[in-house]
Design a protein around this ligand. Structure first.
Ligand code: GRF
Length: 202
């Protein structure tokens, strides 16, 4: 079976990326990460990529923090396409995705978010959930659309809020759930158990 070619974008420590690569290897999933890109040269995800000998690309920061400038995002989309990426995985990527990436990877881009969407979109979702006093929260893998954290939900995993929790303890348990959920979804996409426009075709 031809391996599904993944491009991973991240801005942070890269624990989801690491869990994904390890799970793909351990479980013999027909998928491989062929490129990692980050908008932060100092991001831990780039260190992990080097460790796994996966090519990296660092986007120029540009003048905004919340999104890439159109030309920079265009260049990023081009790099991913040139690397033959079929599915983009946002794993802690902190910029809002705009038209250049959405156009190139329509229905071929997923994100992992640390809450049970549609509850608590946006930043520090675990803290939002903790402060709202909910009994359970979790994580969501969804398709990326022009609405931040608003694309169609693929799968979710629940995490209970326990007595004695604080926001950081809760986040740590959500991350454990994320590290299981993201590889499971990627595996099902690679095996054709979840339908998507691979190669731009259904
Ligand atoms: C994760 O909690 C993810 O849900 C959120 O950012 C965090 C990234 O963590 N979008 P890491 O860089 O994968 O460790």
């Amino acid at each position: 079976m031809k391996k599904l070619r993944l491009g991973v974008l991240g801005s942070g420590k890269g624990s989801n990326f690491r869990a994904l690569v390890e799970a793909l290897q351990e479980k013999g999933v027909p998928a491989e990460v062929v490129m990692v890109a980050s908008d932060r040269a100092e991001a831990g995800i780039l260190e992990w990529a080097k460790e796994f000998k996966i090519p990296t690309w660092v986007c120029p920061r540009g003048k905004w923090q919340s999104k890439l400038e159109a030309e920079i995002e265009e260049a990023l989309a081009k790099k991913l396409l040139e690397a033959g990426v079929e599915l983009v995985v946002l794993a802690g990527y902190m910029r809002v995705v705009k038209e250049p990436l959405l156009r190139s990877f329509s229905r071929r881009m997923i994100n992992i978010h640390p809450s049970l969407l549609p509850a608590f979109p946006g930043l520090r979702a675990w803290e939002q959930a903790y402060q709202a006093g909910v009994e359970e929260t979790g994580c969501t893998v969804h398709w990326v659309s022009e609405v931040v954290d608003g694309g169609a939900i693929i799968r979710q995993s629940k995490v209970r809020v326990e007595s004695g929790d604080n926001a950081e303890k809760l986040h740590a348990r959500i991350q454990v759930a994320e590290h299981k959920l993201l590889p499971e979804v990627v595996m099902d996409l690679a095996l054709g158990r979840i339908e998507f426009f691979r190669d731009g075709k259904r």
